[in-house]
Design a protein. Structure first.
Lengths: 416, 416
């Protein structure tokens, strides 16, 4: 994979020009893209800024994020060839930092569940996950050092884990969703895919103007970790649970403090209401598409929006109330168990075989609803070589702590 | 003015067809629009649904709201001729209710402060206010029974008051902002302009699928009112204060319970931080326009965005924290004084003379930041015939109570 920090280090040292760094990506794309199918469009002769803290960094942009220079097709025939007027806020920001939004990456239609044709670079024959399929696959295949995704259920963390890359869903609202096709305004969150945790931290620090998010040069110490299994939903697969146990044991051996933490009933209740909130809002967000192009919606999205028409304002408001209470409770949970972070699975197992499904988001939906920062870190692989991931979760707004603990976990995995 | 409920009553009674109701608006537009300049584009041969609870209702759509059938130009040359792919969520919803989005209405560029050329229908030579200038003016001039606006500072309540119409800014998030050009995602709120309070309540009930927002057929009783003057900002003009005092006295005479309420320090503090939150977010929301078309931004918006570049993430986060504390305190204030609603001014005075300014939002910004429902009700006029308005404010989510109390206040004004 291409590390953003390593590319930037070579550029800063003068051994690589920004133009040559972009060319590295172009070469990798020429080699891998025909087999992976992660991209839906790209700049053929990009302008490469000479300066800027992200000069030389090629970025993949999920195709539900507006780009003024490339079509934005939402993974749907309804937007075939569509060209927005403006760049999404994050895309414009990346350009001003010197980065090159080189390619649009595949997305399931409107970031729902209808699969893309993208292959998992780590295991052809398996899904890369979704909805940010192309962004995860492009980074995993070494085509790009940075890609943007979005998460409404589990659309960043799950594909990152399935593809064996780092994925970060920052705190809700930290990256602006302006210029992102909305599915659910309470849930939609921008996120990043990179080769390593330090790459994600560096990109996020620059994109948000918050230098404190970058990893410190000094050892950040050993985190106090709460191990969570979400007993209120179906159990995970044995190989995923084994990977989590291995990481937990290695963390403890390396000096971290581990505690088993059972999530209280209010969080289980909130978990069950994610869909009500998402669907009530999606019915409004996609009202034009539903009213005027229903036949062109995906075969999974269409009946889902049919059903979503029946979600009542009363059910929605009651669900929002529970979610608010759960969000208010979460800091108490961290305090009660004296935790820096929660450690849990990124997905219930490795990437499912075939391309009919993008996998299961049951280890993601609660945390998206809570708005808390989540980082998935590769944690070895199954006997058959499929990547597994573990997820580090911090308090809302505590993105720096999530990244530091994720870096600690990443170090353990590398020792493995 | 054209009352939505009155038009719908005639349609339901069979004395007016939806097509004829739209024609009424077309005739009024032909008569008044050349003098007022409230519209930037309109359907010349609209499809008029025969059915639906809003069939026959022509709607004005502020030109920062996406429309698939009409250009959406954001009040800015940067978007000259721009045609979005989809309708904004509220526009699509209105169509499904049978309404006809007949015209786009003028907006200050990106809903900031650079004035439009729209004239105040109640007093040529005076501003209609902003940023939703055209929507307020079109309803005031009797060209349309319903128009959509947006408020980030005071862009619904202020122009409604200046033009002598009812304006409603519902609770934050009640109407989806999907397809609205974002200025500040923490503040941007969709709102409505109508001839009367009952019209606004009926439209909002239908648009949100919440029948409970409609006014009850029975007398809703006498509200418990807290009179607020915002002592922490510059005093209002004497004629505006007189109008407020008249309304308060009439309310008391009609059986309402009035109390003077001084806002606590936390609300004054939040008031002072509205700009920090707005500007930090606007710098991101309009990053593409600023980076690529700075020269084409308005003469007021350009230097404002120049300055906004310097707002730090730290200042923003600190301001959000204060706003959150103020929001949490507000229900206590209502409880402590045993209030249904707050009554205050909609603007510090009548519409200023000339077209150089859209007026002052200091009686609006705090309430936008608090996310609470606000309704402005016409309250007589100055000695020279300029409309004045008073504002009814309820708790977050208590839109029904705000509308009922506003209806009570409106009845008093009509007795005046």
């Amino acid at each position: 994979m291409l590390s953003l920090l390593s590319l930037r280090g070579r550029i800063d040292a003068g051994s690589l020009t920004p133009r040559a760094a972009i060319a590295l990506c172009e070469t990798a794309i020429a080699e891998r893209e025909p087999e992976i199918g992660a991209l839906v469009g790209r700049q053929t002769d990009p302008i490469v800024p000479e300066r800027g803290p992200l000069a030389g960094i090629a970025v993949g942009v999920k195709d539900i994020l507006d780009t003024a220079d490339l079509p934005t097709q939402m993974g749907s025939p309804i937007y075939a060839g569509w060209r927005p007027r403006a760049d999404a806020a994050v895309v414009s920001r990346l350009k001003r930092l010197g980065a090159v939004p080189l390619a649009k990456t595949t997305t399931t239609a409107f970031a729902f569940l209808d699969p893309t044709e993208t292959r998992n670079p780590r295991r052809p024959g398996h899904t890369p996950g979704g909805s940010s399929a192309g962004s995860a696959a492009a980074v995993a295949a070494g085509m790009l050092p940075l890609a943007l995704g979005t998460q409404t259920g589990g659309s960043v963390i799950r594909p990152a884990a399935y593809c064996g890359v780092v994925g970060m869903k920052p705190s809700f609202g930290l990256l602006p969703t302006v210029g992102m096709k909305c599915f659910s305004w309470t849930l939609d969150t921008l996120g990043l895919f990179t080769a390593g945790v330090a790459d994600a931290a560096h990109a996020l620090a620059l994109m948000t103007g918050r230098p404190g998010l970058d990893l410190p040069a000094t050892d950040p110490g050993r985190p106090r970790i709460g191990l969570v299994l979400q007993d209120f939903c179906a159990p995970a697969e044995p190989e995923a649970l084994d990977a989590l146990a291995r990481v937990a044991a290695a963390a403890e051996a390396a000096g971290a403090r581990l505690r088993d933490v059972a999530l209280p009933a209010i969080l289980a209740e909130a978990f069950g209401l994610h869909g009500t909130i998402q669907d009530f809002e999606a019915a409004q967000s996609l009202d034009w598409e539903y009213a005027t192009h229903r036949a062109d919606l995906g075969p999974l999205l269409r009946p889902h929006l049919d059903a979503a028409q029946a979600v009542t304002a009363q059910a929605y408001e009651a669900s929002l109330k529970v979610a608010r209470r759960a969000r208010e409770h979460l800091p108490d949970l961290f305090a009660e168990h004296d935790l820096d972070v929660i450690l849990t699975l990124s997905a219930p197992g490795p990437a499912p075989e075939g391309y009919a499904s993008t996998g299961d988001s049951r280890f993601n939906r609660l945390w998206t609803l809570m708005g808390v920062p989540c980082v998935t870190v590769p944690a070895g692989s199954t006997g058959t070589g499929l990547p597994l991931g573990v997820q580090v979760i911090a308090r809302l707004g505590d993105d720096a702590r999530a990244l530091r603990a994720a870096r600690f976990v990443e170090t353990l995995a590398h020792r493995d």
